[in-house]
Design a protein around this ligand. Structure first.
Ligand code: FAD
Length: 379
């Protein structure tokens, strides 16, 4: 049993590798040949539904067949190791912050989200110059929201935003945080600007000017906003770590091919000892980081408290991937930085992983707190 993978997991992996070869790679070639990427992305969603991957991120109650965290980790890593943009469309949308939504919230937002009929985006980050974090005041059976969210991925095309707010009663009494669903088209929601980041993501910043939403738009209970955001973020962080490890593997394979190929000096770069030392380091770091990733995934599946281990995996895997891709560029040389080279775009994409889903140094602080103040975490 290599890598302590059960035979079922090994079968899932070999089937998924075949799916990449038969369904994703030919369509990537068609995109390179000038065909419409949007149409081919839609095709990938359809073939993924047939193969069952699409439903692995969706709850059973909505027709999904959710995979274990270990399975999802393995698949995310595998998709990323293909370094193929179409792999983004293999998994269907997950419930994210709405995972326990009930009643109208469930029928009006969660169900259309999972069916692919509506898009949601998440607003947590606030501008550096915000005078006060976004707040909401209870007014009868409504919340009146005021504030800003500065970095909402997919905000421009989202139908609704899930945002974190601080709630007050009508006398200014503090009631804690809440996660609230706000229609992007609601009166008082102002999209200030749209922008893109270097890895290719599209984002928007929003102002909320006394936006009135009914109280049933609160996900869960008032006061539960931050714990809900954090409960959801753990698995997302693990998926970031898995993506980082897929990127590392792709970069190492690329470097390996380059080192074995002829070089203008007459000696392949892979025959030079100094280069071999660098190359070995990429493999050692990736081996260690993948071990951490899979150990963390298994702990999550055991339903043990694994917040600190997931943080450790996210921080370590994203930093290793940053270093691996950086060294891959160095070993391949100037060609790797030519715009359009696959390492050039990987270099831009890997950078964002150290900031998304919690800046790495803030996660380090959380990990230290988990140990020193709460007695949580393993070595
Ligand atoms: C590609 C991408 C997509 C994103 N998508 C979303 C999204 O959909 N929704 C959303 O809400 N946000 C999103 N973000 C924003 C992201 O969550 C934030 O960038 C991240 O949480 C860091 O917050 P910040 O940018 O405000 O930096 P700051 O919080 O200002 O921190 C900047 C740096 O200061 C240091 N620092 C700050 N505080 C401390 C401290 N207490 N101790 C030690 N060091 C500290 C750290 O080095 C940190 O990296 C996205 C960001 C990126 C890059």
């Amino acid at each position: 049993m290599p890598d302590q993978m059960s035979s079922a997991l090994q079968k899932l992996k070999s089937d998924a590798e075949l799916f990449l070869q038969q369904e994703v790679e030919p369509r990537e070639l068609r995109i390179a040949g000038g065909e419409d990427p949007v149409e081919l992305a839609a095709e990938i969603r359809e073939v993924s539904k047939l193969a069952g991957y699409y439903y692995k991120t969706q709850p059973e109650a909505y027709g999904g067949s959710p995979a274990s965290v270990l399975e999802l980790t393995m698949l995310r890593e595998l998709w990323a190791s293909a370094n193929a943009p179409l792999t983004r469309h293999i998994f269907g949308p997950g419930p994210g912050l709405l995972h326990q939504a009930q009643g109208d919230l469930r029928s009006n937002y969660l169900e259309p989200l999972l069916a692919g009929a509506a898009r949601g985006a998440f607003g947590f980050t606030e501008p550096d110059d915000a005078l006060r974090p976004t707040w909401a005041v209870i007014d009868d059976d409504s919340l009146v929201i005021t504030g800003q969210k500065s970095y909402v991925t997919g905000g421009e095309t989202a139908d609704f935003l899930s945002i974190l707010v601080n709630v007050e009663d009508s006398n200014g009494g503090k009631l804690g945080t809440a996660m609230v669903v706000v229609d992007r088209s609601a009166a008082g929601v102002v999209m200030d600007k749209t922008f893109s980041s270097m890895e290719g993501g599209g984002h928007a910043s929003f102002r909320f000017e006394r936006v009135r939403v009914p109280l049933w738009h609160v996900v869960g209970e008032l006061g539960e906003g931050m714990p809900r955001a954090l409960a959801n973020i753990g698995n997302v962080r693990l998926m970031v770590a898995a993506e980082a490890m897929g990127m590392s593997q792709w970069a190492i394979q690329f470097v390996s091919n380059h080192l074995l190929a002829p070089h203008r000096t007459g000696i392949p770069l892979g025959d030079k000892e100094g280069v071999r030392l660098r190359y070995a380091e990429l493999r050692i770091q990736t081996f260690a980081a993948r071990s951490a990733l899979y150990r963390a995934a298994r702990l999550v599946d055991e339903a043990e408290n694994s917040v600190n281990e997931v943080i450790a995996a996210k921080v370590f895997c994203t930093e290793v991937a940053g270093s691996v891709v950086d060294w891959a560029v160095q070993l391949v040389g100037g060609q790797a930085l030519v715009v359009g080279h696959p390492l050039e775009s990987l270099y831009r994409r890997v950078r964002s992983l150290r900031l998304v889903e919690g800046a790495n140094d803030l996660l380090r602080l959380n990990l230290a707190k988990g140990d020193l103040e709460l007695g949580k975490g393993r070595l």
